[in-house]
Design a protein around this ligand. Structure first.
Ligand SMILES: [Zn+2]
Length: 452
């Protein structure tokens, strides 16, 4: 009897990651349209984080940061030329060591074994794309696996291109006008080569909402399944996204690589766990905090150090929480970096002087000449030609419309912190290679618009 009382069953862990799910298009985060009745219902049992920040603005490196608790330069999977190495501990490898049955059902593309995402999983399937399939695969697995289990579910429904789902045509009055929603189309629109009318813009957003509703429908079925199997209350359930989607918030559409504004990096994060009361948590937390928080909830020690922290005590007992979220995106000739606190965000954009000097400049004509001219124009407004800083007061200006620059007293210390972090991260070397892709992965990457 005493032994029974001391032995606590380990909770199952279910981690759902919806690619490109923008937070403010969900009812539980204040969206006016009824896109997500099932997610909203689930949110009533959750800690709703309203300031969760991803560690990137793209699938790679954001998802690996959720899975490892590490900043991108630490886990090394920063873009399509890098992979998650076998030696990098992940939530799957750590829970497997604890005796968990581990399984992943992903939408494929970058979330495939070629990119190292199968590490630590007893069962790994990356042929899903849609939640309809990946949630079904997860339910089939859960039906016959032993507890405790860790299940990772990922889907690409909400990722462009957006399909029309018949059952939502009426609800979102879809198809009123013809629009194209591939990655290439969005890039052309963002670069100003194609212009959309207001009606077309609305139609694109309706199609995005319809994909969310489709996700939500199947998410609801999955939650229903857990409840029927008596697993809902004995599981830690996390719902989040790797990044959002821009709809002209800052002049572009899709997932522009140089956008570190809230529509892309402030992601939904819902956490339901036994012993954790539902509440709203407004303070800044990060993707890297998910893994240590899961281990905190399980009352287990992680087998490896991570960059994130266990949030349990902060959420439960309202202990002071003043985290920093950092992002660094290295593009060919530019780098864009960010530091964010509970109240402020600073974005720093730099041209890579050495790289530009080494290049045959004319080769980049007219795109880069144009960019220089644009920067020159901004210099006349008092900014530097090779780097500039944007600073936002997120409490007063949630949509990041008013750049306060370095005028505000809080800006300089944050810039200093960001520069120190960048020096540390840039000192770390990442292994680059051309990653051979299987036919299935290649097909999925074509569908998502990453390959032609
Ligand atoms: Zn993504």
């Amino acid at each position: 009897m005493i032994k029974m009382a001391l032995t606590r069953k380990d909770y199952n862990v279910i981690f759902l990651l919806v690619d490109s799910l923008r937070k403010d298009h969900l009812g539980c985060y204040g969206y006016a349209k009824d896109t997500s009745p099932n997610v909203d219902n689930f949110a009533r049992d959750c800690v709703i984080f309203s300031n969760a920040t991803a560690q990137g603005n793209a699938t790679l490196p954001s998802i690996p940061s959720f899975l490892t608790g590490l900043y991108p330069k630490q886990h090394g999977c920063i873009n399509e030329k890098t992979r998650l190495e076998k030696s990098t501990p992940t939530i799957a490898t750590m829970l497997k060591k604890e005796g968990y049955c581990t399984a992943a059902f992903t939408g494929g593309g970058y979330l495939s074994k070629e990119f190292g995402f199968d590490n630590g999983f007893d069962v790994f399937k990356s042929n899903g794309y849609s939640i309809e399939k990946t949630a079904k695969q997860a339910m089939d697995f859960i039906e016959c696996c032993k507890e405790p289990f860790f299940v990772f579910i990922h889907c690409s429904d909400v990722h462009h291109p957006f399909e029309i789902h018949k059952q939502f045509v009426e609800k979102f009055s879809l198809g009123g006008t013809e629009v194209k929603t591939t990655k290439k189309d969005f890039q052309n629109i963002s670069e100003g080569k194609v212009k959309l009318t207001e009606v077309e813009k609305e139609e694109v957003i309706k199609r995005y909402d319809n994909e969310i509703a489709f996700f939500d429908l199947h998410f609801g079925k999955f939650i229903e399944f857990l409840k029927k199997r008596n697993l809902y209350n004995s599981s830690i359930i996390i719902l989040t996204a790797d990044h959002g989607e821009e709809f002209f918030d800052h002049g572009k559409i899709g997932t522009p690589e140089d956008n570190l504004y809230e529509e892309l990096v402030n992601v939904p994060l819902l956490l339901k766990a036994p012993g954790l009361l539902p509440k709203k948590e407004k303070r800044l937390v990060r993707g890297i905090d998910v893994l240590p928080t899961v281990f905190g909830l399980l009352n287990k020690r992680m087998s490896s150090d991570v960059d994130g922290i266990n949030l349990v005590g902060y959420v439960k007992f309202e202990r002071a929480l003043n985290l920093r979220a950092f992002i660094n995106v290295e593009l060919d000739l530019r780098s864009i970096s960010m530091i964010k606190t509970n109240d402020f965000k600073l974005i720093k954009r730099e041209f890579k002087r050495e790289k530009i000097a080494k290049r045959d400049f004319l080769k980049f004509f007219p795109r880069y000449v144009l960019k220089f001219l644009l920067l020159f124009k901004s210099r006349q407004l008092g900014k530097s030609i090779l780097s500039n800083v944007e600073f936002f007061d997120l409490q007063k200006d949630k949509k990041e419309r008013k750049n306060l620059g370095l005028r505000v007293k809080e800006a300089e210390p944050l810039l200093k912190e960001l520069n120190e972090w960048l020096i540390k991260m840039r000192a770390k070397k990442v292994k680059y290679s051309e990653i051979p892709k299987e036919e299935e992965t290649r097909r999925q990457l074509v569908r998502l618009g990453y390959l032609e």
